[in-house]
Structure formats: C-alpha cells, structure tokens
Design a protein around this ligand. Structure first.
Ligand code: HEC
Ligand code: HEC
Ligand code: HEC
Ligand code: HEC
Ligand code: HEC
Length: 146
C-alpha cells in the first residue's frame, strides 16, 4: 500500500466535507448507494444534497453553489479521484468486496477524517493480486480484465 499525502488532491467545484457530513451520522451507503450491490459505488446526485440543503445552511456561500447547480438542472462536476486508465481494461467491482466484508477504509483510507476525497491508497495490479492471494479470491486475468 503506497501512501500519497496530498499529492493527488483533486480540485472540487464545491467545498464538500466528508468529515462534517459523516459526523452527522450519515453512512457511506446513504450517498454511495450501490457500493454493496453493484460494480460502481456512484457519486450522489445534487438532488440528494438538496434533500437537506433546500432548508439547511442555505445562507452559506458553498451551499448556494449547490442550490445553483440544482436550480439550473446541472449535476455538480465532481473531479474523479480513483480509477484506472481505460487502456488497462480493468473491471473493478465493489459488490463482491462488500460481500467479503472488506472495509471501505482498506481501499480509500479513513474518510471520516477527510474533507474532499484524495487518493490516499494507490491501487495497482500488484496490490489487488496480493490481497486476492491472501484471501483465495480469483487471480485469473478475466476476473479483473475485459
Ligand atoms: C453526504 C454524502 C456523502 C457521504 C455520506 C459519503 N460521501 Fe463519499 N463522496 C461524496 C461526494 C459529493 C463526493 C465527490 C467529492 C469528493 O471527491 O470528495 C464523494 C467522493 C468519494 C470518494 C472519491 C470517489 C472518486 O473516485 O472520485 C470516495 C472514495 C468516497 N467518497 C468514499 C466515501 C466513504 C468511504 C464514505 C463513508 C465513510 C463516504 N464517502 C460517505 C458524498 C458522500
Ligand atoms: C477492494 C478495494 C475497494 C473497496 C473495499 C472499496 N472501494 Fe471504492 N473504489 C475502489 C477502486 C479501485 C475504485 C476505482 C474503480 C474504477 O474506476 O473502476 C473505487 C471507486 C470508488 C468511487 C468512485 C467511482 C464509483 O464507483 O462510483 C466511490 C464513490 C467509492 N469507490 C466509494 C466506496 C465506498 C463508499 C466503499 C465502501 C462501501 C468502497 N468504495 C469500497 C476500491 C475499493
Ligand atoms: C442529511 C442531510 C445532509 C445531506 C444529505 C447533505 N448535507 Fe451538507 N450539510 C448538512 C448539515 C447539517 C451541514 C452543517 C450546516 C451548519 O453547520 O450550519 C452541512 C454542511 C454543508 C456544507 C458546508 C456549509 C458551510 O460553509 O458551513 C457544504 C458545502 C455542504 N454541506 C454540501 C453538501 C453537498 C454537496 C451535499 C451532497 C453531496 C450535501 N451537503 C448533503 C446536511 C446535509
Ligand atoms: C483487501 C483485499 C482486496 C483488495 C485490495 C482487492 N480485492 Fe478484489 N476481492 C477480494 C475478496 C476477499 C473478494 C471476494 C472473493 C470471493 O467472493 O470469494 C474479491 C473479489 C473480487 C472480484 C470478483 C471476482 C469474482 O469473479 O467473483 C473482482 C473482479 C475483484 N475482486 C477485483 C479487484 C481489483 C481489480 C482490485 C484492485 C483494484 C481488487 N479486487 C482489490 C479482496 C480484495
Ligand atoms: C485482481 C485483479 C487483477 C488480476 C487478476 C489481473 N490484473 Fe492486470 N491489472 C489490474 C489492475 C487494477 C491494473 C491497472 C493498474 C494501474 O493502473 O496501475 C492492471 C493492469 C494490467 C496491465 C497494464 C495495462 C495498461 O495498459 O496499463 C496488463 C498488461 C495486465 N494488467 C495484464 C494482466 C494479465 C495478463 C493478467 C492475468 C495473468 C492480469 N492482468 C490479472 C488488475 C488485475
């Protein structure tokens, strides 16, 4: 596991804080709602933010930005943090890892202390394979590649 401390910080369009929202008692799956059932975890739609922010902290400048996206029927253009080059033809899937009880923090670090997500865990074929070997998970090429 390689640690990048801040080297790959994404510039996000809204100053959303994981730490602040998780302290409210929200669960990862409240926003990344298909991580336990599908390949993708998904980034929440601005509509989900507005379930609260239609009424909560509406005077705050960063929340006004959220409302402006919603009112102009646009999604917030979040910059992606994790991922692989398309050329690597990787098919990563969240659901089997959730079923096997691999914690989100194993692969994404402690988000309860994070503001915007940063790539604090570096995923390579080597890191995938070493955990698969330890857990007798599939090691054949077609498990992870198209
Ligand atoms: C209130 C909604 C909300 C909750 C709850 C939430 N997140 Fe997020 N998450 C977001 C938003 C919005 C983004 C996009 C901004 C960013 O990258 O920080 C994001 C981005 C991420 C990313 C980066 C995705 C990428 O590759 O671009 C990861 C990883 C992540 N969240 C993990 C978690 C984990 C783990 C938890 C629970 C401990 C969690 N999140 C809880 C809203 C949420
Ligand atoms: C075994 C490692 C692993 C675990 C466990 C894991 N992730 Fe991920 N996650 C990844 C990788 C790798 C990517 C990039 C995948 C890609 O782009 O194909 C990713 C991408 C994401 C993304 C952005 C893209 C998407 O899938 O929509 C979010 C959000 C995310 N993870 C949240 C979570 C949350 C929340 C949990 C726990 C419920 C979690 N992850 C558990 C490895 C993991
Ligand atoms: C469950 C309700 C809830 C959801 C869903 C929610 N928020 Fe929040 N958010 C809050 C609360 C409560 C605060 C703290 C307000 C305060 O301190 O006055 C907050 C604070 C914020 C702030 C900081 C405001 C400031 O400057 O102090 C931003 C920015 C923000 N939220 C953006 C988002 C975004 C973007 C989403 C969707 C991805 C989202 N929120 C989803 C309840 C929510
Ligand atoms: C911390 C351990 C761990 C890491 C890291 C990890 N995996 Fe896994 N993976 C597992 C476990 C455990 C399973 C479940 C095996 C089972 O269901 O028998 C699994 C299952 C899978 C599956 C489903 C395989 C199938 O055919 O059922 C895919 C695809 C996969 N992982 C891809 C990846 C990729 C790609 C990476 C790197 C980005 C990765 N994994 C990183 C532990 C890990
Ligand atoms: C457990 C998951 C996993 C398995 C099994 C796996 N790979 Fe990979 N492989 C990856 C991931 C993830 C990457 C992307 C790494 C990165 O971007 O740093 C990758 C990258 C590659 C690349 C580089 C592609 C590029 O253009 O960047 C090649 C070639 C490759 N794998 C071939 C194979 C072959 C051949 C096998 C079978 C012997 C195999 N892989 C098995 C996860 C896996």
């Amino acid at each position: 596991m390689v640690l990048f401390t801040g080297l790959l910080r994404a510039e996000q369009p809204v100053a959303y804080s994981h730490k602040q929202h998780l302290a409210l008692g929200l669960d990862c799956l409240d926003c990344h709602s298909t991580a336990d059932t599908r390949a993708k975890a998904t980034i929440p739609s601005v509509q989900k933010c507005m379930l609260c922010h239609a009424k909560v902290a509406t005077d705050k400048p960063e929340v006004k930005k959220v409302a402006a996206y919603f009112n102009s029927k646009r999604e917030i253009p979040w910059e992606r943090v994790y991922g692989f080059p398309a050329s690597a033809l990787v098919k990563f899937q969240h659901a089997p890892h959730m079923r096997a009880k691999v914690a989100c923090s194993t692969c994404h670090g402690d988000m309860t202390q994070a503001v915007a997500a940063q790539r604090v865990v570096n995923h390579t074929m080597g890191t995938c394979l070493s955990c698969h070997r330890q857990n007798r998970a599939p090691e054949d090429c077609t498990a992870c590649h198209y």
